[in-house]
Write a protein that binds this ligand. Structure first.
Ligand code: DOR
Ligand code: ZN
Length: 342
């Protein structure tokens, strides 16, 4: 196959940041995707419908002239989120989900939830109005090994949560393990997003020839057996698994540091990365539904009507793209890609 034309995809998990950073990265997403679920972990986070409305306006103002893009907003769940805010969110129409970060789990998660049971009244309201819950599924317990934190979250927190709220619709975001895949397959009202980096790389890449901060994200890359389970899930044609890049830009000096930030930047070439992953298992025919159909189905939105085309071309990912005080290093910087969106 030399050319692949598919329905325009959406990104169901995206970090756009704010201000100059937002202006720098938004054109990349707009080039590929029609809509995206926008993560609320700004400093300070997007905690209310009013915060989300203002952030949405800033995103809309940053869309390049003549381009179409719809930001789908989320609220950042805290210990203090009220059930009334959930009702307001549902009524707003532009808030599409609520994001749970365990306090301290990842970038800008200081305001996150300290104990998931504290949110039961909020989950009750979400279940009632059918507002999806998006999970950063990792425990923060320092005694749990870094590579076991997703599995521990599923066992300790997600399984009990699903028992308390069986009709709450949940997305286990950026799944990284075969355990997460198995759980998503076994439970009702649960879907999962998968990033390009977790489909393309295992944890060895983090240490290939030295420490490689641009492959560091959370949840961290896992063993090869887990990558293969994710690739199998993504290409299985099961609508529970859909595209979410988790593209998370940080300036080069924030990544290349004695305590570097977590996040891979993939908005520049997300569809090309996914195409490569799908082609590696001869499953390009499964890319369109994963990228363009299953996400809208979960979020109860229509699919896009336009199309995009990827062609087989060799090109080199730039070493960096302009960003803020320092440049932004895309995933796989300096390396050759085999597909290109035209
Ligand atoms: O790698 C990550 N980066 N994981 C997250 O959960 C947050 C994200 C970010 O905001 O940089
Ligand atoms: Zn994320």
């Amino acid at each position: 196959m030399e050319e692949l034309t598919i329905t325009r995809p959406d990104d169901w998990h995206l970090h756009l940041r704010d201000g100059a950073a937002l202006k720098a990265v938004l054109p990349h997403t707009v080039r590929q995707f029609a809509r995206a679920i926008i993560m609320p972990n700004l400093k300070p986070p997007i905690r209310s419908v009013a915060d989300a409305a203002a952030y949405r306006d800033r995103i809309l103002a940053a869309i390049p002239a003549g381009k179409q893009f719809e930001p789908l907003m989320t609220l950042y769940l805290t210990d203090n989120t009220s059930p009334e805010e959930i009702i307001r969110a549902k009524e707003s129409q532009f808030v599409k989900a609520v994001k749970y970060y365990p306090a301290g789990a990842t970038t800008n998660s200081d305001f996150g939830v300290t104990d998931i049971r504290k949110c039961d009244r909020v989950f009750e309201a979400m279940q009632q109005v059918d507002m999806p819950l998006l999970l950063h599924g990792e425990v923060t317990d320092p005694d749990v090994d870094m590579f076991d934190r997703e599995k521990a979250f599923i066992e300790r927190h997600l399984m009990p949560l699903k028992q308390r709220f069986p009709n709450l619709r949940v997305v286990l975001e950026h799944v990284t393990t075969s355990d997460a895949v198995q759980y998503a397959l076994s439970a009702n009202n649960i879907a999962a997003t998968i990033t390009p980096q977790h489909l393309l790389f295992n944890r060895n890449i983090l240490f290939q020839g030295g420490i490689r901060p641009h492959f560091y994200c959370l949840p961290i890359l896992k063993r090869e057996e887990h990558r293969l389970a994710l690739l199998q899930a993504a290409t299985s044609g099961n609508p529970k698994f859909f595209l979410g890049t988790d593209s998370a830009p940080h300036p080069r000096n924030g990544k290349e540091s004695s305590c570097g930030c977590a996040g891979c930047y993939s908005a520049l070439h997300a569809m090309e990365l996914y195409a490569e992953a799908f082609e590696s298992v001869d499953a390009l025919d499964k890319l369109e539904a994963f990228a363009s159909f299953y996400g809208p189905d979960f979020y109860q939105l229509p699919c896009n009507t336009e199309q995009i085309t990827l062609t087989r071309t060799t090109w080199r990912v730039p070493d960096e793209v302009p960003f803020t005080e320092s440049g932004l290093v895309p995933l796989r910087a300096g390396q050759e890609m085999t597909w290109q969106m035209v």
